[in-house]
Ligand binder design. Sequence first.
Ligand SMILES: [Zn+2]
Ligand SMILES: [Zn+2]
Length: 306
Amino acid sequence: MFEFLFLGTSASAPSVHRGLSSHLVKHRDYRFLIDAGEGTQRQILRSGAGFKRLDKILITHGHLDHILGLGGLMSTLARWDTMEKIEIWAGQHALDRISDLLFKVVLPDKGLPIKIDLIPLETGVIMEDDKFSLSAFPVVHRGRGCFGFSFEQKTHVPFLNDKATDLGVPFGPERGQLVKGNAVTLADGSVITPEDVMGDPIKGVKLVHVGDVGNTAKLLPYVQDADALVIESTYLDEDKDMAKKFGHLTATQAANLAVEANVKQLYLTHISRRYREKDVIREAQAIFPNAVVARDFTEFSVKREK
Ligand SMILES: [Zn+2]
Ligand SMILES: [Zn+2]
């Protein structure tokens, strides 16, 4: 299961109701912060999510409405000694700006109780374990080195406990062997194969986050069949020329991508103050009915079907 919390949903500048881009993804014990616009610390406090284990930060790109909050956040976290290390992943251009912000302005002194690792992003898997993978993919926006992120649960093959019991498989190492793919011979001489006791594979869920983006043409393979897609929707179709000029999407473009990619649920964020929320919703839902315009502190989760 992936849990997603919107901490800030405004484009470019905050509004009375919306903070700047920041999102929290939770998966088991992992917590990932995606972007940290100005005000992120306070949004984390207001959400009740807390700062614990907030040691993995993913940055979509280096524009200030996505990184300025790192200054305050890292200033706070670096002075606590609850975490040994914080990892910040971003494209090189964004990392250069973040490095200047953190190490020239906010934390110029040496000897911090915390290690801050700035890690350049490349397309491909960033981290994985036996249950999930996190990968980055390129996104076209203004400037170089913009990335989207895909969280994917791995396929799970369930062990059918009841069936194993019916077949007389004792609780113990025999079951472990079957899970590993090895046949076992029981005391009565009968042979049980993994096929006898393993269920049908259950596909994992996929959550995709795309920050600022001006062109959806190359996103399709990364977004395909996502259970949830979070993507910007800065403009309405009536202003599509402006969207193109500034490297952003309209609600129509975001919704069209969701249709083409066979996405299950669409969450729009990076909302401009120039529009009424209901107009953004109306435009998106006319094309893709499962579209939601996220607000600050909107939460959702995607989980595997049982
Ligand atoms: Zn932005
Ligand atoms: Zn931007």
